[in-house]
Design a protein around this ligand. Sequence first.
Ligand SMILES: Cc1cc2nc3c(=O)[nH]c(=O)nc-3n(C[C@H](O)[C@H](O)[C@H](O)COP(=O)(O)OP(=O)(O)OC[C@H]3O[C@@H](n4cnc5c(N)ncnc54)[C@H](O)[C@@H]3O)c2cc1C
Length: 429
Amino acid sequence: MRTWTPETDGYDDQRTGFQRRDPHRPARIFGATNAHDIQKAVRYARDHNLRLAVQASGHGHTTPTEGVLLTTSGFAGVTVDPAQQTATIQAGATWQQVVAATTPYGLAPLSGSFPGVGAISYTLGGGIGLMARKYGFAADHVRRIELVTPDGELRSVTPDDEELFWAVRGGGGNFGVVTELEIGLFEVSTIAGGSLYYDLAITPDALQVWREWTATVPEEITSAVSALVIPDLPMVPEPLRGKHIAQLQLCVLADLATAEQLIAPLRALGEPVMDTFGELPYAESSRIFAEPEQPHGYRGRNLLLAELDPVALSTVPELAGPKAPAMCVVGIRHLGGALSRPPAIPNAVGRREAQYALTVLSPGDEDFSALHSSVLEPWTSIGRQLNFSFGPLTPDEIAEAYEPTDFERLRKLRQQLDPTGLLQPNHAI
Ligand SMILES: Cc1cc2nc3c(=O)[nH]c(=O)nc-3n(C[C@H](O)[C@H](O)[C@H](O)COP(=O)(O)OP(=O)(O)OC[C@H]3O[C@@H](n4cnc5c(N)ncnc54)[C@H](O)[C@@H]3O)c2cc1C
């Protein structure tokens, strides 16, 4: 296994991931290529009394480690069992790698908006995907977990191991380093998907019309909206440059003609400035959100909502639009449907009653806390989603992601498995 110290060539490349803000400054980096490497790294950290952080692709990075950094991008295999409709994914696999492996069989995983995100970290945090309202959280469809616990043991965790199987599915990287996950797949090869981009200066009703429409749609539709001022840059499609845009992001599990009927109330807003909606192979589902691929620094905060208050929604263009002191992307995802139902085997994912998730995110290295507080101030929150919390949170803020009794159960298990706090996950319980 390769290791790096601050004196070794390649140290800087290895310690930085997609999120460039406040990168890790580890004393030693281990680049795992198999489960035994992960065991070795955990044992090294334990024996040297160092903390250990894991980095798959670095989208969820919050706080730098000065101890051991375990990178997993070299341990990213995916195998598919088409008969069982499952995939086994190794620690560092991104959704792009999983989707590329499953879609030739006409099967899709519960992947999210951006293909570069690590599939394991996403799933351990719940995982709200493109088809979430139809199939629920990615964590609801985990069949088997292999992980190295802080004592250095490699364990296979099945539903029989009730407490750990419950906790890892929703409790994040607090209980061990996952070496592989077996996940359920779905018979989806083609979807109707894409974005309708409305210029808020021309179509100011876009956000409110999307809000009203979401109250009427079946679970076959999972949608979201992002409101942002698009930078006036050459790499941005010309019709969007410099405009304050509402990007309506749509994934419809139906043929295109049926999907068009279902989205007709949105089309009634008028001609969008850009329209990418159409029939889409699931393999190209990253085109729905079409998020930026360049690594950069960012901070973001998230709230879960019982409803989308129209008065609070009307403040978004003013507080987070062209007059905001820094760029803000306000992203709202429509939840409910299968996300609100309990999974077949209970897990730690909390706040299932939420109907919307609202995130405000700003790119850059500045302190955005006052700006983000002002954007979130009009909303009444019922919790938070840790996957969409991009930056350090206080222990009380982390607790808000869970039901209080579940949080207590997670805390006790963490204390039992990791009494010295060896693991340094992005959101520590
Ligand atoms: C552009 C973008 C789009 C996104 N879209 C979605 C979306 O559609 N739905 C959604 O739910 N989330 C989404 N997210 C959030 C994303 O799921 C989380 O940020 C996730 O933690 C990122 O995982 P990573 O592997 O890329 O990041 P990393 O920073 O590499 O990992 C994040 C954390 O996961 C833990 N971890 C990583 N690997 C392991 C392991 N093998 N075992 C145990 N713990 C581990 C560690 O605590 C680590 O700090 C998005 C994020 C971004 C930036």
